[in-house]
Design a protein. Sequence first.
Length: 206
Amino acid sequence: MTVIRIGHVLTLAAAAVLATGCSSLREELDRERNPARTATPEPAPPEDRPLPTLTPTTPPTASTPAATCPESGVRITPGLVQGAMGLRAMTVTLTNCGTRPYEVNGYPGVRVLDEDRASYDVEVLKGTEGIHMAGPAPDPAPVTLKPGESARSGLTWRMMSPDTSTTYLEITAAPGERPQTMETLDGPLDLTDTGRLGTTPWQKSD
C-alpha cells in the first residue's frame, strides 16, 4: 500500500517533478545548492578485495521497536519528501496496529519542532489552498480503520532556503490523542522561512 489518494497535493508535486526532469528531492536540492553540478568520482574498489555481497534485510517482527504498537492502538509514520520548483510534499501514514476499529475524521494535528523539541512558529493550515501551486485538498470525511488498515494525510509547503530545515515533526491523529513525534525523516522540512504548512484530511489507504 504505497500509492494512495491524498488529494491533488502529491499529484501536483509529482507532475512538477516530471516536468523538470527531477527524480528525487535530493537531486532538486543538489541543483539548488550546487548549480555547477561538480561531480565527485567514486573510488574504485581494491583489486585484491572481493566486492561485498548484499544481504536482504529481514522485515521487522512484533518484538522490534519499529513494530511496537502505542497504547492508543495506532502508529504514525512519515513518508518520502518530494519536491520541485520550491514546492514540497510528503505523507504521514496512520496505521491501526491495535485490536479494535479506530475512527478519525478531519485533519491531523501537526507541530514542527526544533532540536530541543520546542515548537517553531509555523502556521498549520486545514487545507492546501494557501500553499502556492499545491491546489485544493479533498473534503474531510469519517474514516474507520479496522485492525491492520491505514489512512494517510498529505503535508505541503513552499521552500525558499534549503538551509532552514527543522528537526522533528509531531503528529496527533485526532483531538485528545497523545501526539507522536517523527524523529527520522527522509528529506528536509525546509519551511521555517515561509512559515506555512498545508495539510489534507485523513483518507483511507487503497
